[in-house]
Design a protein around this ligand. Sequence first.
Ligand code: HEM
Length: 186
Amino acid sequence: MSSEPTRSSWAIKDEAVLAELISLMDLNPTDIAMLKELHPHARTIAPQMARAFYTRLLARSETSEYFIGKPMAALHGTISDWFVDLFSGTYDSTYARKRLQIGLIHVKIGLPVRYPLAMMDVILEYGQQLVAHSSTPAQALRAFHKVLALDIAIFNQAYEDNQLKHLAELVGGERLARIVLAGITS
Ligand code: HEM
């Protein structure tokens, strides 16, 4: 297996992954200013978004069972804050690390990644509503797509980090774990 390919992306780890993703999104100062302009509107619309978010999750047993015994009022507040922070105008390593930690909380409750990824639909819907308040809606929508894509990538990264870590322990190394996951056999 030692002759199998090694990809340069495999060498990017931990903090460097977050820095790479931020750079990949290519958020320019205009994008950032447009998102920041929407920050007060995001605060206003956030409770409505949180209601739509939890209405969908509580409507089916596979997702609602995660909330048994959880403080729902507090969770409405945390998802609202998470949404508002998309419009904070600061997308640095502290921002990305915080979002990665949130992803990790979902890994640790045994939640399949398809659910949080699918729920980005609700976030997208409310982000689309918000950009109507922008002085340049089409460009603001483009900027919103960038920060949302960044979050989707970070959420997924939390899951991948966890899977790789455990598989690497089992098979004796991360490179081998990546080869196993890729299904490369010869
Ligand atoms: C767009 C997708 C999602 C986002 C942005 C999100 C965001 C958050 C945030 C910000 C918190 C608070 C974390 C903290 O305590 O610091 C949280 C907690 C939680 N989330 Fe999510 N979430 C998402 C999807 C889901 C889904 C699909 C489920 C379950 C079906 C879920 C279940 C939970 C639970 C149970 C907690 C509380 C964990 C605990 O404190 O024990 N989340 N989420």
